[in-house]
Design a protein around this ligand. Structure first.
Ligand SMILES: [Zn+2]
Length: 436
């Protein structure tokens, strides 16, 4: 027990109690000074051997995963993906109807979306688009209750528009990506497979796979625990919950597909599975908007054989698995309760929360409630340390106010220079920069 608790402490953060335990139980460390004032200087002489000694005392690596509390949870918003050149939601507008999407299928999607925006929001070429929240909320609330959105847009048509819009958003995400050295530095410092001294987990609000791509680049053998029952698309016989870095994708992910028949969820760490299997695109949707669009034309334009879009178990057609921007996010499948349960637990067990590129938007009221519950649920215990909250952003005043009003101004440390500033501070002297 003692070894595990010492091991769980981050590099250079040994307490006097840890030192006492070592002096009492490990002959090799009886000469450690009881008061450790020059912590950094002593690292090579004491802390490193102690750390390695304690690791030896914990017999199985698997036990490390299961028993040692995770110390840091990162909450990643759109600003995190922006570091890898992905567009923010506000920048999506100009890309969504871009003419660079010019396959036969893309042309029908663009036409259908333009018509919908004109009819419902009185949108015209060159004007700014309505927000995604407004678009998806109107679609979801009407289609979900079996109602029209005007005489032309029946629930059936609205669901088709929704599938096409999601596919288009994935297309935009797929075109933009570049590796971020700041993200690499962050992961190298914190992630278990690269740095076994640190324990961390991730709560991700984005659909994209920027985090997964960077983790794979740093360690091609990395395993990710999506905290819900799911299967590897390329190897469906593997276990449903691999031991790995916990990543809770609260609104689903573009590298997931779902089978509505046998309720299996699949992931692929290599690519945006949903986009590449053209998940969610259905022949009959296209004829709603272009009567001349034949089945043969659709199959040819899809450029993927029907078998590659089938569930690995029951051969049903798979669909994408994301919750959209709307205020009525549809958490209809078994994955979401599991993901949200684990996210709350990981956050509650962590000593430190680091928000990166997340602005605490009003639409995420369910997530805000989860954050508050996780913050408070063990706070009455004397043994519970107060959460350290770090907000890494671009110095947006309204975001700062939102965090201060939600957590209190004394609790939070802000890094207004974004991820580059946070990472560079973190690398200075090898210490974590977030002591509040
Ligand atoms: Zn199935």
């Amino acid at each position: 027990m003692a070894w595990k608790s010492i091991l769980s402490l981050s590099r250079g953060h040994f307490t006097s109690h840890s030192i006492y335990t070592l002096r009492a139980n490990a002959p090799a460390f009886r000469d450690i000074p009881p008061v450790w004032s020059q912590r950094r200087i002593c690292w090579e002489r004491y802390a490193k051997p102690i750390y390695e000694f304690c690791r030896e005392m914990v017999p199985m690596r698997q036990n490390i995963h299961q028993n040692i509390p995770i110390s840091t949870t990162f909450v990643l918003g759109a600003g995190f993906s922006k570091c890898a050149d992905l567009p923010l939601q506000a920048e999506f507008s100009s890309l969504l109807l871009s003419e660079e999407f010019n396959t036969d299928i893309d042309k029908v999607i663009t036409q259908a979306m333009k018509e919908f925006l004109r009819d419902v929001f009185d949108w015209h070429e060159g004007r700014e688009l309505p927000s995604f929240e407004d678009i998806f909320t109107c679609i979801d609330l009407s289609a979900g209750t079996g109602h029209h959105l005007g005489i032309k847009y029946t629930p059936k048509v609205l669901r088709a528009i929704r599938r096409m819009a999601i596919y288009r958003i994935f297309s935009v995400l797929d075109r933009k990506f570049s590796t971020s050295e700041d993200i690499n530095k962050l992961l190298r410092s914190f992630c278990t497979s690269v740095n076994p001294a640190s324990r961390c987990s991730f709560v991700v609000l984005n659909w994209d796979i920027v985090l997964e791509k960077h983790l794979r680049q740093l360690d091609p053998a990395v395993t990710i625990d999506y905290c819900c029952p799911c299967y590897d698309w390329n190897n469906p016989d593997t276990p449903m919950r691999p031991v790995g870095i916990p990543v809770c994708k609260m609104h689903g992910s573009s590298n997931w597909v779902y089978c509505d028949n046998c309720k299996s969820l699949f992931f692929d760490l290599n690519e945006k599975l949903s986009f590449h299997t053209k998940a969610g695109l259905i022949k009959s949707d296209f004829r709603l908007f272009d009567e001349k669009f034949t089945d043969r034309q659709f199959d040819a334009a899809l450029e993927i054989s029907p078998e590659k879009r089938e569930c690995k178990f029951c051969r049903n057609m798979v669909s994408s698995h994301i919750a959209t921007f709307s205020y009525r996010k549809s958490f209809r499948t078994p994955a979401y309760p599991s993901i949200w349960y684990h996210a709350e637990k990981l956050l509650s067990d962590s000593d430190r929360w680091v928000f990166i590129g997340y602005s605490l938007p009003e639409a995420d009221y369910e997530l805000k409630h989860l954050l508050k519950v996780a913050q408070l649920r063990m706070s009455h215990r004397k043994s519970t340390r107060k959460k350290k909250i770090v907000v890494v952003g671009k110095g947006d005043v309204s975001t700062r106010h939102k965090f201060e009003r939600f957590y209190g101004s004394e609790t939070i440390k802000f890094y207004d220079g974004g991820l580059p500033e946070y990472v560079s501070k973190m690398c200075e002297g090898g210490n974590l920069p977030d002591s509040v």
